[in-house]
Every structure is written in C-alpha cells, then in structure tokens.
Design a binder for this molecule. Structure first.
Ligand code: NCD
Length: 308
C-alpha cells in the first residue's frame, strides 16, 4: 500500500483526501493489538508544544508514541518554556526541530500550527490552532462514526453547541464534506457557524435553533462545549452559557441507533444521565483517540509499514 502520509505535516484536515483518511482508518484497525507495532517508532522522539490546556490530545499522543516504541518530550504549559522570557514561536520551533522526529503543537492562535510547519523541517501535527482547526480530533470523530455506524455515507449528522468558536467543528465539517452526508447545525443564534470559514465547502447544511426540531432524523449527535476562553466579550458568554443541554429527555426523541459524540471535555452540555444510555459514545470516541493517533504517527514516521 502506498503511504502518502509519510513525512507529511497535518495542519488542516483539508490537506487530506478521502483515501488518506481511509488509509489512516485501515492502519488503525491493522495496528490495534499487533505486538510488532512496538518496532515502528523505536528510537524516535515526539516533541509536544502545548500552549493551551489538554488532557486527551496530549496524553493520547504520548501513549500512542510509547505503544510504537518511541518516546516523547515537551511542555504542557508555555509558562515553563523560554517563550515566557520573550523567545518567539519561530525560534522555539527552529530549536526543537533538532531534538525530535515529529512536532505536535497546540496554540491559542489561528495560524500558529501553519507557521510552525513552515519553519520546521520535521513533520508538524496541529493539535488545535485557535478556533480554526483540530484535524486529528476530526480523524478520530469520523473513525468513530465509521466504527459505530458501519459507514459514513448516507448519514445525517447533527452538530450541536458552540459552532462559532469550536475548532473541532470546522475540522469535522471539512472531513465530512468528503462523504455523502447531510449536516444539521444546531445552536443559539449567537453561536452560529462562521460562514466565511465554510467558503468553498460543498456539503448539504441546515441550521436550527433547537435540537428538538431535528433530533428524530439524526444518526449522529455531535455535541460541543461552549468555548468560554475564546469569547472576546464576557457578556456575550453570559448570554449563551447553559443555553443548551442534551439530556435523557431530549434523547427520548432520538433514533434508537443514533450515537452521541463529544470531543470532550464535557462541562454541562451533556447531562450525566446520558452516560448510561447505550447511544452515548463519547468515552469510546476518546479511547479510539490513542489508536488513531498511533496509526497517524506510524504512517508519518515510516515510509513503509513492513509489519502490516
Ligand atoms: C477540544 C479542543 O481542544 O478543541 N478538546 C479536545 O482536544 N478533545 C474540544 C474542547 O476543548 O472543547
């Protein structure tokens, strides 16, 4: 199988084709449980530069790298790096480029990952850039849909919540536009999707104020957290906080075989009473994160995956 991901940056999901996604999904399934995977990144180093908080993304990248026989170095808060002393992002990248085989970056600014990729000679993976994109989360999201629904084409996907500032939403819409699906966008008016960020994206999209208007036709219910930290105006946040919640009452009208996804962290937009519903798939989705990221690292760092 030709490996088109070898030595590539993953800055935007738009850089990937449908067959690139299928290659990652296929590799995820083949590597899972394979003991030879520990040979795939032996002696290789992943450097993570996280300028924003993270639990799943950073730890699943680290865990994935360990499972491939590699190691990780890095920092999970900018406070401990020399950027605190005034060093630029460009200089930081130039230096860590010599210490690692792959760089994973999360930054509060749109464009930071692209800048890092331009400067670094090593492959750079965007682990979240401002409210712009979070491509590896979208790869996990589509993988989860495929695993749990058996297909992606032909589904109706509802995306609920903070569609304005959630970077996972944009990467997910871009990824889903490669498939034959309907997207239903559900949010308060103030949190509607940024139309300019969807320019040129060819997919059927419909907007709603309330999930009750559309829940009965959804195969996938993808819920997002209000991105409090990205609001330029605190009062705008006060107007929308706790404006939507998916709970067992809402789910009563959902399809029996719908699935509920969330990139996590969840705050209060999915009630705890949903956790015991068999349609709740968000913790499984998080567990797929490690497997998908391992496949991605294996593909980026090996021209040929001889063990497969
Ligand atoms: C998301 C993010 O960082 O954008 N988290 C994640 O990586 N799963 C979602 C969020 O913070 O709401």
């Amino acid at each position: 199988m030709e490996n088109r991901l070898y030595d590539r940056d993953i800055v935007s999901i738009k850089d990937l084709s449908k067959s690139d996604l299928e290659l990652i999904f296929d590799t995820t399934d083949r590597l899972k449980g394979m003991k030879e995977r520990v040979e795939l990144c032996k002696g290789r180093i992943l450097c993570y530069l996280f300028f924003e908080p993270s639990t799943r993304t950073r730890l699943s990248f680290e865990s994935a790298m360990l499972s491939l026989g590699g190691s990780s170095i890095g920092f999970a808060t900018s406070k401990v790096s020399s950027m605190e002393k005034g060093e630029s992002l460009v200089d930081t990248i130039r230096v860590v480029d010599n210490y690692a085989d792959v760089i994973v970056i999360r930054h509060r600014l749109d464009g930071a990952a692209r800048l890092a990729a331009d400067v670094a000679s090593r492959p750079v993976i965007n682990a979240g850039s401002g409210s712009e994109e979070h491509p590896t989360q979208a790869i996990i999201d589509v993988y989860t849909i495929k695993k749990e629904k058996g297909r992606v084409d032909g589904l109706s996907v509802g995306i609920v919540g903070d569609l304005k500032y959630s970077r996972t939403v944009y990467s997910l819409i871009y990824a889903l536009s490669l498939y034959d699906i309907d997207i239903h966008l559900i949010s308060p008016q103030l949190l509607r999707v940024r139309k300019e960020s969807l320019y040129g994206i060819d997919v059927d999209m419909h907007e709603y104020d309330s999930i009750d208007d559309v829940i009965s036709i959804l195969d996938v219910i993808y819920v997002t957290r209000i991105q409090r930290e990205r609001f330029p105006d605190r009062q705008e946040y006060e107007k929308v906080k706790q404006s939507y919640v998916v709970d067992s009452r809402v789910l009563k009208h959902a399809k029996e075989d719908a699935i509920v996804l969330h990139p996590l962290p969840r705050v209060d937009e999915i009630a705890d009473d949903v956790d015991s519903d068999r349609r709740a798939m968000y913790f499984k989705q998080a567990s797929y994160g490690k497997d998908v990221r391992a496949a991605l690292l294996a593909l980026i760092l090996n021209e040929k995956l001889d063990v497969l």
